[in-house]
Design a protein around this ligand. Sequence first.
Ligand code: 8X3
Length: 264
Amino acid sequence: MTSAAVGDGSGTTGTTERALRAVVTGASSGIGAATVRRLRAEGWDVVAVARRADRLQALADATGAVPLVADVTSDDDVARLVREVTGGGPVHALVNNAGGALGTDPVESGSLDDWRAMFEVNVLGTLRVTQALLPALRATGRGDVLVLTSTAAHGTYPGGGGYVAAKHAERQIAATLRLELVGQPVRVIEIAPGMVHTEEFSLTRFGGDQARADAVYAGVDAPLVAQDIADAIAWTLTRPHHVNIDSMVIRPRAQASNTLVARS
Ligand code: 8X3
């Protein structure tokens, strides 16, 4: 295990080094879980946040992360999250990963309930946790707010609908926050993945229809996997702190755009 500590890479290593500490939301599967594993492997202390206690506990047992059961769409849960996180020590990085897509309906017939749910978790969830932890991140003198958006935040596609709209909004939260925090010791980082084959993203999008979920990746030579994105997240967080990776778009080689994917 390598060691991530305050002072690493900044040229300002003090006499008493302390492990860097991150909060990762949406940690129970996919990119979130892979990020917890990666940061732990790099020596970070990690608070892993998700709704599903059983999955979170298994991840905690496997990695040594601290599990925290919370729903980012709940004011009460996030208030408790802040109390528990800040009560446990300084927090240097927030990885806003909780989110997801529901449906591929055209705009004309999109479900308002689906749109509302996507805005609640992707947009307002990110906003809520970011607002809540920003004072603690700033107080460390080297804080990071990382926002996991999507290539759906950078362009659109037929059926993208509410997910595209929500991810565009989320991206602009990050962009606006970066302007508003200029001069303060907090970086704002956006990671925008394209096609990532995870266990749940497409399955959730298609309401549990495994055949439709599998079809998303059918014939694609090597879609990204969660570890690819965790790798990028860890890299951005471990640059010297004067280096702000504003935005990183990551696609598999087989995907040239949101609508152009090579399939065999
Ligand atoms: C996932 C990428 O293409 O399904 O964030 O919108 S896409």
